[in-house]
Write a protein that binds this ligand. Structure first.
Ligand code: BDR
Ligand code: CA
Length: 309
């Protein structure tokens, strides 16, 4: 079976880590590069965390650093959710490697050209690197097979009442990505808040004791109260959704829609304005929006991936 070459742009916090661990075990996926961006925690930490997860997976995927701040807006982090280190304080050894010298946006472009139209880009952090790459290399979009993102929400928000974190951090970059002319596959809160694992399920995964399952439980379990406060009965694995979609698209339901990002307003800054529930008012349907997931199947595939280390 020929594998899908995948580039992952991440801001490695706890669910990014779970997403990397998942993607690495999908037998139809070949990770060809990783890039890091300021998001959940500052860039130096998202980079160190990504390198630590590579060591945990015993893989030497090249890691490229990208933007240390959003395009225009002041940077805000999510260390309240992911902990000061971004990995919930779960102990992992210091990384054995350093990041590559090349900038994320140039490395991504070069790999896309090398893969000649086959590369799938999965972005699970703020979209600063991706927007920079699309701007500096205008033909990048033609070389990419697909762009999958975790970000946004047709309804609601988590960072504010109307905005999801990844989009809120850099709405200007996000708007550039949604307007780039290539259809975006969007895994927003509509679906990712349905993709949770309960405390009991975390215990079940960790029953097979390995460094990976132990790390997963130690990094995730302390996040439980945060989600309980939101009325969700488990921890959301936002960033795992686009990864599992690469192998199990049938467990997700998506609808085509127009999606544009609010970059000006105060109350709704970073909202992914989606015309799904408004008579499909936008002329251009620039996104496939994931709305539902078969949670049982999601848990089963995730659990299998983590237990297969
Ligand atoms: C998204 O924001 C980050 O905190 C998570 O890693 C995920 O990418 C969820 O809103
Ligand atoms: Ca993330």
């Amino acid at each position: 079976m020929s594998k899908i070459p995948v580039w992952i742009d991440c801001d490695t916090g706890v669910d990014d880590a779970a997403a990397l661990l998942t993607a690495n075990q999908l037998d139809n996926v070949q990770i060809v590069g990783l890039s890091t961006v300021a998001g959940n925690v500052p860039l130096d930490k998202t980079t160190v965390n990504t390198l630590k997860i590579c060591d945990l997976m015993k893989k030497d995927y090249p890691v490229y650093m990208g933007a240390d701040r959003p395009w225009i807006r002041p940077y805000v982090d999510a260390s309240d959710v992911h902990g000061n280190d971004g990995l919930g304080g779960a102990p992992l050894p210091a990384p054995s490697r350093k990041p590559e010298n090349k900038k994320a946006w140039d490395a991504l472009y070069e790999e896309a050209v090398r893969q000649d139209g086959e590369l799938v880009l999965v972005a699970i952090g703020p979209l600063t690197n991706v927007a920079t790459a699309l701007t500096l290399h205008p033909d990048l979009k033609d070389y990419l097979k697909k762009i999958l993102i975790m970000g946004g929400a047709a309804v609601g928000g988590n960072r504010t009442a109307s905005a999801e974190f990844n989009i809120y951090v850099d709405p200007d970059a996000a708007q550039t990505v949604f307007r780039c002319g290539k259809q975006i596959t969007m895994f927003g809160l509509d679906v990712t808040q349905k993709a949770y694992v309960t405390a009991e399920e975390m215990d079940r995964i960790a029953e097979k004791v390995t460094p990976v399952t132990t790390f997963f439980k130690e990094s995730m379990a302390p996040r439980m109260p945060f989600y309980e406060d939101l009325g969700i009965v488990g921890v959301c694995l936002h960033d795992v959704c686009p990864m599992l979609y690469l192998k199990y698209p049938e467990i997700f339901e998506l609808e085509e829609a127009g999606v544009y990002v609010e970059t000006q307003a105060e109350l709704t800054l970073g909202k992914t304005v989606t015309d799904l529930f408004s008579d499909h008012q936008f002329e251009k349907k620039n996104a496939m929006v994931a709305l539902r997931v078969d949670r049982e199947a999601f848990f089963r595939h995730f659990s299998d991936a983590l237990q297969s280390y």
